[in-house]
Ligand binder design. Structure first.
Ligand code: 13P
Length: 309
């Protein structure tokens, strides 16, 4: 078979997408060129909602594995594919299903809230699921007398505990290695150098416990995109993975966005490339499908997550 000639890789992806009746969903941490060809770019919650409402036959998820699993659970009749199966999440790997079973055995009346950055098998053991965009609301919706275990992100859990004033909430000690790259000392230095800048922080930041009082806003990635557009400020210090800067700068060319740390790069998120997206659409690979028994149990916490927007 002769290979068709395309003027650019973007054109090739656009053609393949039509042929495959596919939609491309990209997370805000993807490289700029992927964000530019995606049908939707957003945070974990926004992308799950887009997956649920698409009428495409194929969902190409350019993000990390747990996001594709969530899409597959929400859309069992669709084919969910990823450009690279090795694109995982270190934070998600910090909790195992057995850890939750052990906690539940010791706290039979308690409930488990898992962050979306968990594997489907962990979600299947959990009662509620949340993203950084709705964690506070999800926890606030749980009856006050219920003891909670929040997994796996300690810093998001700390933030939610502080916001809700909830005392009966135990936190798992997991963390995102990319966000812990961001140090409170760097933030203090940048705030002195840019006194008029607003400071936007993702709740996964390791510096959260030390710098919470300094943040103008603690937001999910999509929350940052919305906030930066609306704000009258001209400069922003951005404490999250650097991929977000592409969209912030593209949407607000007149504003200055300063990364809190240029080293906050998630190597998993950066495994996806335009070339791998071409191969993925051509071969309809690599498919992510959650075993039916796991999907069945994981669906309830995920449905609770997408119901809280
Ligand atoms: P958001 O949902 O805020 O985009 O965060 C996703 C994520 O994986 C951060 O590590």
């Amino acid at each position: 078979m002769t290979k068709k000639f395309y003027a650019s890789i973007e054109e090739e992806i656009s053609e393949l997408k039509k042929e495959r009746k596919a939609v491309i969903l990209a997370h805000n941490y993807q490289v700029g060129e992927i964000q530019d060809i995606a049908d939707f770019t957003g945070d974990s919650l926004g992308l799950a909602l887009q997956a649920r409402k698409t009428d495409a036959e194929v969902i190409l998820f350019s993000g990390v594995h747990f996001m594709a699993e969530t899409a597959s659970i929400l859309c069992p009749d669709k084919k969910v594919i990823v450009p690279d199966l090795a694109a995982g999440c270190s934070l998600a790997d910090m909790i195992r299903p057995q850890d939750i079973r052990d906690w539940k055995a010791a706290h039979p009346e308690g409930v488990v809230v898992c962050y979306v950055n968990t594997s489907a098998v962990v979600k299947a053991e959990s009662d509620y699921c949340c993203t950084s965009a709705n964690a506070e609301k999800v926890v606030a919706s749980i009856p006050a007398e219920k003891e909670i275990l929040f997994v796996p992100d300690f810093f998001l859990g700390t933030y939610v505990k502080e916001r809700t004033g909830r005392k009966n909430m135990e936190l798992w000690r997991g963390y995102c290695p990319t966000h812990v790259e961001i140090q409170a000392s760097q933030i203090n230095k940048l705030k002195i150098e840019h006194p008029d800048a607003e400071f936007l922080m993702h709740p996964e930041c390791g510096c959260l416990t030390k710098s919470m009082h300094l943040a103008d806003r603690i937001l999910s990635t999509e929350g940052m995109v919305h906030y930066a557009k609306e704000s009258k400020a001209r400069e922003f210090i951005v404490a999250t993975e650097v991929g977000i800067l592409h969209r912030l700068r593209r949407d607000n060319p007149e504003k200055l966005f300063i990364p809190a740390s240029a080293h906050a790069v998630c190597s998993y998120m950066k495994m996806n490339t335009l070339e791998k997206i071409v191969a993925s659409l051509e071969n309809l690979a690599y498919e992510v499908r959650v075993p039916a028994e796991i999907a069945e149990r994981a669906r309830r916490p995920i449905e609770r997550m997408v119901a809280v927007v």
